[in-house]
Design a protein around this ligand. Structure first.
Ligand code: PLP
Length: 376
């Protein structure tokens, strides 16, 4: 059997990692400023993470959700405390798309409404409801297009007001910071008004923090910079540092009835252990503060950079929009300087490093960037 080809692959195979370093099968070292798409939050193979997962694997890897699992309860308490949402309920699943799928379902159960409002350029995943909320017709099948979804421009509160006025929307879903689109932030004032409009019209506000959450922006969730609270928050990526896990945080006002949501693998012993280890390291190593600090360093280092048309983002969720003549820089950073970065189209380089990144590593990247761009 052959694999279904779904991605354009680089001819590099990482086989070993430690913190922000990766080694390929020929022993060549790379620096990872991409984290496998914002997944690596506490660094590759963090010793505490490896130790906790290895210990749990020797005890019990999995049992179904038909029995008690105190690791789930520990995770709910710890996540509530670290995120500031300690009065919310946690539903555990396996991925970002699945978290969003369950969030929409909970909102629809709550309101008995079917429509969802999403934003232009949004990405919420590839399962049926999540991809219908993703503003990219190329990845939606005819079946997915059957959902009742409207897209309005990001930061356009008048367009939101007009749509919500009829009280027919179950939810508005918005990314804490749009990631796949190329790093676009909802304005603080927009989020505050969005919160008010949702309250006025009985619409659930879902914050998709799958990419922007878990401390990446210098707050636990990106929307917390604006001071608002969401009705439902979804998380995944950084939550397990590579172990698949997703979560839906539901406000106490949401009547999440017994049996409403369910999963076989969600919240299994290994996934909860990975997520607990991640939260330990985030707390013990003050990684949210580090994300804010290194984010400021990058912002300063790239101020007035000759290759950059626009610097976007917060903390360690960064979009560097290149001037036309520098397109192609990402490949040079990888093949000549051995830095993994992300992209959004050809013109935007995305930096989504582990929250453990040191000033020294950030500095090495800036030096390589300046070297390549000055040679142009
Ligand atoms: C904001 C956001 N939501 C949801 C998803 C989907 O997550 P997953 O690939 O784990 O299903 C992604 C993935 O990139 C994302 O960036």
């Amino acid at each position: 059997m052959n694999l279904l080809e779904v991605y354009k692959l680089w001819d590099i195979e990482p086989v070993k990692g430690l913190d922000t370093a990766l080694w390929d099968k020929d022993g060549v070292e790379y620096t990872d400023l991409y984290g496998g798409h914002a997944v690596i939050s506490i660094g590759h193979c963090h010793p505490h993470y490896v130790e906790m997962l290895s210990t749990q694997l020797h005890k019990l890897g999995f049992y179904s959700n038909a029995v008690q699992n105190s690791l789930q309860k520990q995770l709910a308490v710890k996540l509530g405390k670290v995120s500031g949402y300690d009065d919310y309920k946690l539903f555990l699943c396996n991925s970002g798309a699945e978290a969003n799928e369950n969030a929409i379902k909970a909102a629809s159960f709550q309101t008995s409404r079917e429509r969802v409002l999403a934003f232009s350029k949004a990405f919420h995943g590839r399962t049926s409801g999540a991809v219908a909320l993703t503003d990219n017709p190329k990845i939606q099948s005819a079946f997915n297009k059957g959902h009742k979804v409207t897209f309005v421009p990001l930061n356009d509160i008048e367009a939101v007001k007009k749509e919500l006025a009829g009280r027919q929307y179950a939810a508005v879903i918005i990314e804490g910071i749009q990631g796949v689109a190329g790093i676009f932030e909802p304005e603080d004032g927009f989020l505050k008004s969005l919160r008010q409009e949702c309250d006025k019209t009985g619409t659930c506000l879902i914050l998709d923090e799958v990419q922007s959450g878990y401390g990446r922006t210098g707050n636990f969730f990106a929307h917390q910079h604006s001071g608002i609270r969401a009705d439902i928050i979804t998380t995944a990526k950084g939550m397990g540092n590579g172990f698949p896990i997703g979560g839906v945080l539901l406000s106490p006002a949401i009547k999440a009835e017994y049996g409403m949501l369910g999963t076989t693998f969600g919240g299994n012993h290994l996934a909860c252990t990975a997520a607990l280890a991640v939260l330990d390291v985030i707390e013990n190593e003050h990684l949210i503060e580090n994300a804010a600090k290194i984010g400021e360093y990058f912002k300063e280092a790239f101020r007035d950079d000759a290759a950059i048309k626009e610097y976007r983002g917060r903390g360690l969720m960064i979009g560097l929009e290149l001037k036309e003549e520098f397109i192609g820089l990402r490949d040079r950073l990888l093949f000549e300087e051995h830095f993994f970065t992300g992209a959004a189209g050809a013109a935007v380089i995305r930096l989504l490093p582990s929250l453990t990144i040191s000033k020294e590593t950030a500095g090495r990247f800036v030096k390589s960037w300046k070297k390549l761009t000055s040679q142009k």
